[in-house]
Design a protein around this ligand. Sequence first.
Ligand code: 3HC
Length: 705
Amino acid sequence: MVGGLTLDNLLVKRNVIDNVGFIKINNPPVNAMSVNKGVPQIILDSLKIYENDSTIKFIVILGEEKLNFSGGADISEFGKPTDSGKANLRDLINYLDKINKPCFAIITGPTMGGGLELALGCHFRLADQSAKLALPEVKLGILPGAGGTQRLPRLIGVEKSLHFMVDGSVINSKTAKNLGIVDELIESKNDLDIKKIILEKFNDKKFIRVSEKEINTANLENNFFSNFKNSILKKKRGFPAPFAIVDCVEKSTKTTFSEGMKFERQEFQKLVDSVESAAQRYLFFSERSATKMHPPIEKNMDDIKTISILGAGTMGTGIAISFMKAGFNVFLFDKNKTNLEKSEKNILNILNGMLMKNKISEIKLNELKENISFIDNIEEIGVSDLVIEAVFEEFEVKKEILSEVNKIVGKKTIIASNTSTLDINNLSEFVDEPQRFLGLHFFSPAHVMKLLEIVKGSKTSLPVLNTCIKLAKKIGKVPVTVGVCDGFVGNRMIHRYLKEANHLLEEGALPKDVDDAIEEFGFAMGPFKMSDLAGLDIGWAIRKRRKKNNLDTHKYSNIPDRICEGGDFGQKTGRGYYDYSDGPRDPKPNKITNQIIISESDALNITRRSISNKEIVSRLMLSLITEGLDLLDENIASRPSDIDVIYSYGYGFPRYRGGPMFHANTIGVEKIVSEIEEFSKLPNCEHWKIGNRLLKIKNGEINFI
Ligand code: 3HC
């Protein structure tokens, strides 16, 4: 009989078909297990109803209609008191461990964190092709805290569980079946189809609770867990969660399930209370809010199908790959045939690399190749919905190509510049209908780096902006909208940071002192190794342009110019701040640079002093923070959290510190003000001042974040 009992509730819907009771979670958008709303409580109540109903033999939990199974615990509830009268996810899963009727999880769409832990608490797991499974808590600075660290090793073994939880990676249903997480692959989650499969394949199957399974430790080598920790030491430095996951899994091998659960809870709570997790949770929501400034999309995304990239250099090639991979029709234009051939070769190499790593199939590779055309006749871009110029970073060169594009494409085509420094408003003058013109500032390598600064010119229209934000998400980028100024948000802040790093050299530090301190703080690379890698000539050209246009308002350091004047441009010439004669991975002090540094101190009449790591970190972080505050004051950045998203995705700011603005909030305004006052008294530090916005924060009018 179809239909039968139907008891609707807003958050969880129940219906019964013969002897199968369905519990359908209905908490859009992602079926988060919100305790305060009562989601776990209502599921638990539903289980009790079906348990006490003698006509029901099987219980099925799934997402309502088009909804996924569950995206896990409600992240916004962490660190806040929850309604203690209501059941939480652990209470619900504990109940599943006691219930005496077989319970099935129908895994569809994102099934993550607590959502997957709920499925692990069920007795059987069925998944369709839409399923995306993960225990991604590690990315929020926490660990699977609803039994995941204790159940998964019992189900798929210790080593596989560790990799799955420590990486937080997402797998599909086939991989989950191969791993043993999923029992059966299904085609649809239609009630009747599910009932049919249950009766055919699980009717007489004895169910075993995962918590009652034995953990297989026979193949674990001695010191397995400490060796595992050592293997992740470098990559996960500064993040407490991965190491706590290892501890929990180790515990699962050494004690009972219930003792393991107690240990997991205790470790989970420590992490939830940590500043590192608060920072990562803040970034989760910041990344999403960065796309939400504007009114709803007015231009339909389906309008954007064909994209032309102008300039087949490193940037153009990377941008082309990003769109091609997402299935767009791409034209890559360059006047120079050799550039085009080189770019085509690079793209093929990258695709082949993806094939080798099993990231794409051979069929997909051929499909992707079909998506891109390499053209040297610019007239062919006429059919484009979006054109992005990525030609040489010179105003005149960009002016020429934009004027040409303007003549070729239709009036509705969106036109963008990938400039990292030039004024978008000035460039918009070469485009009729400048409301369709904006900056799309990709970061190198553009097919890898997730950050995209979307630069809103004074005339850019909101529909154009919104279309590009949506487009960016579609190609897997993290878009942040910024206003027009020299360097936009990210680079303007980095210029100030680099200047301060050079002032530290003038006062007594050497490049390695500064880099070591910043790397210990959590950056993958200090400012001088980063500059050497990027090429010192690039910064030199920018400084010359800034000087020429009177854009340099902050105290200047001559050191980087003097290094460049001697022909040392960093890794590409074998010498820069460091000497790379023993290879790029082995930077040694560069005697010539060190002499330049000392002679600059003399020229400035500075008695060199030893500078502590604490002062180095503090001055460099405060230079980012104060520039960030200025950008907010000038409305170039819309929100403090936008700055943090830019820094975490584009500049390697340690995620567990949240970004410059979150970090400022962690330090506190009193300390920041007193440090700036102290710095301002040092020789060579007259540029340290308390800005407008900091003063407002000090007076309690606004906050850092
Ligand atoms: N809690 C609260 N809100 C959540 C959420 C969650 N677990 N997951 C997503 N959201 C919110 C987002 O903030 C966003 O809200 P907004 O529209 O107001 O900005 C909305 O749901 C939609 O999210 P996305 O824009 O990210 O939607 P996508 O379709 O692109 O992605 C997703 C869906 C893959 C589920 C993605 O949202 C995601 O990765 N979510 C986080 C999953 C996760 O980390 N789960 C573990 C939670 S911690 C846990 O379970 C602890 C347990 O072990 C005890």
